[in-house]
Design a protein around this ligand. Structure first.
Ligand SMILES: [Zn+2]
Length: 67
């Protein structure tokens, strides 16, 4: 098996990606840590996903308004 993935923008083979920590915004409020994956050659963003490892604030305390 060989790696055949290529960047959709620059067409180079995608052997590495830049991983950046970014913040997901919901209704203007930062809600979740995300990570973006971008091409190391042309810096096109190839995908964004939730970073399940790191959470800035526990969601339970934030939603504890009517306690
Ligand atoms: Zn590229």
């Amino acid at each position: 098996m060989t790696i055949q993935g290529t960047c959709p923008q620059c067409g180079k083979r995608l052997l590495h990606v830049n991983v950046e920590q970014i913040v997901g915004i919901v209704d203007g409020v930062s809600k979740a840590r995300c990570i973006s994956l971008s091409c190391i050659h042309c810096h096109a963003v190839l995908g964004v996903q939730l970073d399940s490892r790191a959470k800035p604030r526990p969601r339970r305390t934030a939603a504890k308004s009517s306690a």
